[in-house]
Every structure is written in C-alpha cells, then in structure tokens.
Design a protein around this ligand. Structure first.
Ligand code: ATR
Length: 273
C-alpha cells in the first residue's frame, strides 16, 4: 500500500491521519497515512529514510523550512512561501516540495464561504510563516489591496517588499489603521494565549467585514469572539483551511480532489466532543 506520513514534533494530536483516511475512503484510494515524530535535530535523515519507500508527506511545525531545503524541486508557491508543507516523491525518485496552506485558506474563503476576494481590501494580521504562505495565493485573487500589519513592523515591511511584484501589498503597524476593510485575516499566534492584536474596531464595517482566524478550537477563538462582538458580517475559524490544505495535498499525490464538506463536518463534530 502507498505510504504517506505527517512529520512534526510534537505530532501526537495531528488531525491529518483522520482527514486523509476519510479522503481515501471517500475517493476509493488505497493508501496508508500515519504520523511520524521526527527528531528536532535530524528532519533530513528521518525524511530521507522514510522516502526509501514512502510516496508523500505533510510537514508541520517546526520542519516546514527544513522540508523547503530538503526538496529537490519546488512549486512556485512553495518557493515564494519559503516553506514546504507537502512533499511528493516523483517518478524519478526526487522530492517535489509544495505549500498548500495559502491555497487552502483561499479555497475556504472563496469556495466554502462563497466570498470573492477580487477587488477587496484585505488586512493580514501577523508577519510570520503563516502570512508568508498565504500571500501568493491571496494576491492571485486580485484583491484591491493587501495590508500586512504586525507588532514588529520591520517584519511586515520585509514581506511587503518580497511580494510587491505580485500585487498591491503594503506594511503597517496595528495602531496606524482606522479605515474599514472587507476582510481581516488573523495569522498571528495571539489566539493561543487568548490575545487579540490591538487593532481599531473601526476596521470592521458592521454586517459586512469578513473576519477569519487561522486558529481554531473547541470554543470560538479570542479573535472570533472579538469580531462577533464588534458586528463582523461573517466570522470563520481555521478548521476549513486545515481541511482544504489537506485536500490540496491529497490532490497533488493522488490526482483526485476529495469533497471536503463531510470531512469538515466530522472535524467539527470531533472538536465539539
Ligand atoms: P507562524 O509561522 O505561525 O506565522 P511565527 O512565525 O512565530 O508563527 O509568527 C507569529 C506571528 O504572531 C508574528 O507575526 C508575531 O508578531 P511579531 O512578529 O511582532 O512577534 C505574532 N504574535 C504572536 N503573539 C502575538 C500577540 N500576543 N499579539 C500580537 N501579535 C502576536
């Protein structure tokens, strides 16, 4: 049976094996998908050993940049992201690195929520790997503007410079912004500690602005609660992005696009338990 894994450290609570098992059942694909705890100091050795007979792998924290370096070739979006979350063994035995995180986010917004990003004013909160991975797929939707706001403004400026050839990107501090936007995407890790980036509530146009947190949890995240309390038109967490980035990886490996709706419903059901 074709073997796939997700590399991470820690990796015990990964939902990826469950997601890919459901995708495989749904599409009639025969494959084995499990977790693989890679040592912090030897991702490369662990991945090379796996790929002696393994077909593909997802890569999560903290190995996405190691996977970027390990890949023999890269998709354009992985090259831009500077990080790889999906490795695929090609027919000639070499490893292709892809990054499906941003595509997963865009698909959750445009397909699952039916929200077109074209011509919209988009505000991204944060300037870490999550934002870097999202920028190319977001800009490909031709928004009117993308503002990257971050606590450490230098990091936002660096990303804006890196992506400005792809569209209208600019950088900002949190407290410089006042005018309403169409979409606010929280890609900071602030929700982990129950914090919300200190942005003005005037950025939300009541009943209209879509607020998206890349994080998710059993209860609404701090950012989702903040958005609801201030009248956001739509509030979403990142569970859909998780399912969609996995579906993109599955499509890359198997050439079949699974239906994410029943898998997302199952993820939501299990999260509530
Ligand atoms: P990831 O790869 O998940 O993006 P990261 O590269 O560590 O993780 O980036 C975390 C992001 O969350 C950064 O933008 C960080 O802001 P700084 O660059 O200023 O450190 C942001 N962040 C983390 N905790 C935060 C908080 N409490 N308030 C605001 N921003 C926060």
């Amino acid at each position: 049976m074709d073997r796939y894994v997700v590399f991470g450290n820690p990796i015990g609570h990964s939902k990826s094996p469950m997601i890919h098992k459901l995708f495989a059942e749904q599409t009639g694909q025969s494959l084995d998908y499990s977790t693989l705890l890679a040592p912090l100091d030897d991702f490369s050795g662990c991945a090379t050993a796996f790929f002696q007979d393994g077909r593909g792998a997802n890569v999560t924290v903290p190995f996405k940049e190691d996977a970027y370096r390990l890949a023999n070739s890269l998709t354009a979006r992985a090259e831009r992201a500077g990080a790889v979350n999906t490795l695929s063994k090609l027919a000639d035995g070499t490893l292709l690195g892809d990054n499906t995180d941003g595509a997963g986010l865009v698909r959750d917004l445009t397909v699952n929520a039916g929200f077109s990003l074209t011509g919209k004013r988009v505000l991204l909160l944060g300037a870490g790997g999550a934002v870097r991975g999202a920028l190319e797929p977001l800009l490909a939707e031709k928004p009117a503007s993308v503002i990257i706001a971050n606590r450490t403004v230098d990091k936002a400026e660096l990303l804006a410079e890196l992506f400005c050839d792809l569209g209208p990107v600019s950088a900002s501090g949190y407290d410089w912004l006042r005018e309403p936007v169409d979409v606010i995407i929280n890609a900071t890790s602030a929700s982990l500690t129950g914090d919300v980036p200190p942005i003005a509530t005037s950025l939300i146009e009541a009943g209209k602005t879509l607020c998206y947190d890349m994080m998710y949890g059993k209860e609404p995240t701090a950012f989702c609660r903040w958005a609801s309390e201030h009248g956001a038109g739509v509030v979403m967490d990142g569970l859909g992005m998780l399912a969609e980035q996995a579906a993109e990886a599955f499509f890359l490996w198997r050439g079949v696009r699974p239906d994410t709706a029943p898998v997302l419903a199952e993820l939501r059901r299990q999260l509530a338990l």
